[in-house]
Ligand binder design. Structure first.
Ligand code: DI6
Ligand code: FE
Length: 402
């Protein structure tokens, strides 16, 4: 089916970041064929359907490139302790934190996991998000990690959202392996990676002194790369233990968090073409004070993405729009940086830059329509959602009164 989308204001987020004040898009089925000024529309076009956008702004469907959206339960009691002064790292060292969600997730049925995670995914979709990365990491056994990845992919079959999965077996040391972190990593390298190779789109790890060392992540990445799996890393969130350098050495698609990254880290990431993913909701929730070195990333030309980090500990909630607002207010990103951070650069962090994250010929027909006067309003509103329509693979999948 040939569809003409007309009278739109368009922010393409393509290589040239083109915008059109009176723009049009032609889609054939699920793919964009043409985008430009309405005045330049190809002659002799006979669309099967015309959608009139009445001057609304259109962006690519947003890409949330870092979430832990599949989990069971909540950690409100832990949040209360943290607001009273106990640190995130201290709760983790006591066996709470990630491990408390591991217990809840292992105990939940598939149906419960799908239901609880589905409501978070629908909340992202209502914000114009059409691509979501989902990590495992709350199972920490071969079978329960496999189940998390399965649930994540199943969510993509049940919703009009493209799901990209990451295996995050190296998220926390499971109690069964207490004191034997190297054995755990060896097992993941030797048995889990080969077994789950086709169940995930990438391999992630948490490189931190409360999690896995740079040397352990290095081993995991060597095994992942040998199997042809792309890698990405939670690095330098609470301290600098050398994660960015490991990520860069393995040509990681992204390094995420990076509050404690240095100028040298920024240079290494730039050389490797690694995307730096900013997670300001986690920064805010754990009341971190160390800001990521945004100016160094800019100077070295590191592409910046912004993501929700949706998880029950450091980023409870499911709002990419809130993350965009916080990236601007807390990290000083510009509105243009934030928009590319949830479109083109976020797609690149997932290896989807040829098909998603921009409105361009050959890309998926994924769009979000916004009731806003200017794209500067993306990341301006805090706690208000101006998305009025979501298009996925050429179909209008959601319309909201704004
Ligand atoms: N860093 C984070 O911010 C999340 N995971 C990670 O490695 C937190 C996950 C959680 O607290 O449950
Ligand atoms: Fe995370």
């Amino acid at each position: 089916m040939l569809t003409l989308w007309k009278r739109a204001r368009i922010a393409t987020c393509d290589e040239l970041s083109r915008t059109f004040e009176r723009g049009a898009i032609v889609t054939r089925d699920a793919v964009v064929e043409w985008v430009g000024d309405e005045a330049d529309l190809p002659a002799g076009l006979h669309p099967d359907r015309t959608v009139e956008l009445a001057g609304r702004w259109l962006t690519p469907g947003l890409v949330d490139c870092h979430t832990h959206l599949v989990f069971a339960g909540q950690r409100a009691a832990e949040f209360a302790r943290r607001t009273a002064g106990t640190s995130y790292a201290d709760i983790a060292r006591e066996g709470g934190g990630i491990l408390s969600t591991v217990r809840a997730t292992r105990a939940a049925s598939d149906e419960m996991l799908l239901e609880q995670s589905g409501s978070r995914l629908r909340s992202l979709l209502a914000e114009g998000v059409t691509v979501v990365e989902i990590k495992s990491g709350y199972g920490l056994t071969l079978e329960s990690e496999a189940r998390m990845l399965r649930v994540a992919r199943r969510l993509g079959e049940l919703h009009p959202v493209t799901i990209s999965t990451s295996l995050l077996a190296a998220h926390a040391l499971p109690p069964e392996f207490a004191g034997r972190a190297d054995d755990y990593v060896d097992l993941a390298c030797r048995e889990w990676l080969p077994a789950l190779r086709t169940s995930c789109d990438a391999v992630d790890a948490y490189c931190e002194d409360i999690a896995f060392s740079a040397a352990q992540c290095d081993r995991l990445f060597t095994a992942a790369r040998a199997l042809g799996l792309p890698v990405r890393l939670h690095a330098e969130q609470l301290s600098n233990v050398g994660g960015s350098q490991v990520a860069a050495r393995h040509g990681a698609r992204s390094a995420d968090h990076l509050e404690y990254a240095t100028e040298d880290d920024a240079a290494a990431l730039a050389r490797a073409g690694t995307v730096a993913v900013m997670l300001p909701v986690a920064f805010y929730t754990i009341a971190e004070r160390q800001l990521p070195p945004i100016d160094a990333f800019r100077r070295h030309g590191v592409p910046l993405a912004v993501a929700s980090d949706c998880n029950p500990g450091s980023a409870p909630g499911a709002s990419l729009l809130l993350a965009m607002n916080m990236a601007r207010r807390l990290f000083g990103l510009t509105s243009a940086e934030v928009l590319l951070g949830v479109t083109r650069h976020a797609a690149r962090a997932l290896g989807l830059e040829k098909s998603h994250g921009a409105i361009a010929p050959g890309h998926a027909a994924d769009f979000a329509a916004w009731s806003i006067d200017t794209p500067d309003e993306l990341g301006y509103w805090a706690g208000f959602n101006p998305c009025s329509m979501v298009v996925k693979d050429g179909a209008i999948v959601l319309e909201r009164d704004v």
